[in-house]
Write a protein that binds this ligand. Structure first.
Ligand code: GRF
Length: 198
């Protein structure tokens, strides 16, 4: 039986597309949820006949109501894993409690450097010569959960935010698909900060 995964997106959804296009996936994408009705990732899911849901923070009375609605919507799909693939919101306690150590995020920097929403811009502004991407388990912090895998991308002298992000995303998509495949096949153990896929 393939593992059931739910994917959270806020934007263009190329990471989602990579998950959908993987050959012989060990998982089935059972639902795609966004905080934005205009996220192109939703269109990509609909093209595959995958159920989609929008849970907009602006439609909720407050953040805790949004968190509860998000948890409820995800639980309805009964996913084994939840994958944040370009989801630009911090998950709340209801969602985290519903899927303990079962939520994965991809981030376009080598954590713990440059957490947050502007990782590529921040790396360029700092002047680092290498950056990359990280896939990690989600905890209550901002990009602080145990790291599952990382890939390095060299920064070129003529890079701007867009060119660098595009090169990072090539690595990010491959890493995300590979990590989700391995998680769905083998699970993972967590000991403090150390997450291991056996
Ligand atoms: C990725 O780089 C992700 O890490 C970041 O936003 C980008 C999303 O890309 N948070 P896409 O929507 O999957 O194309």
């Amino acid at each position: 039986m393939p593992a059931r995964i739910a994917v959270l997106v806020s934007g263009s959804g190329t990471n989602l597309q990579a998950l959908l296009d993987a050959p012989d996936p060990a998982y089935e994408v059972v639902g795609v949820l966004s905080d934005r009705a205009d996220a192109h990732g939703l269109v990509r899911a609909q093209h595959r006949g995958i159920p989609v849901e929008v849970v907009d923070l602006g439609d909720s009375t407050d953040r805790s109501a949004w968190d509860a609605r998000l948890a409820e919507a995800l639980q309805a799909w009964e996913p084994d894993w939840v994958v944040c693939a370009g989801f630009m919101r911090i998950l709340g306690p209801c969602v985290l409690a519903a899927f303990p150590s079962r939520i994965v995020n991809t981030h376009p920097a080598l954590l713990p450097a440059f957490p947050g929403a502007h990782a590529v811009r921040d790396a360029l502004a700092y002047g680092v010569r290498v950056t990359g991407c990280t896939v990690h388990l989600v905890d209550a912090g901002v990009d602080t959960g145990p790291i599952l895998d990382q890939r390095v991308v060299c920064i070129r002298d003529d890079d701007d935010e867009e060119s660098l992000h595009e090169r990072i995303k090539v690595e990010e998509r491959a890493m995300l698909v590979e990590t989700v495949q391995r998680l769905c096949q083998h699970g993972c153990t967590v000991d403090g900060r150390k997450a291991t896929i056996p």
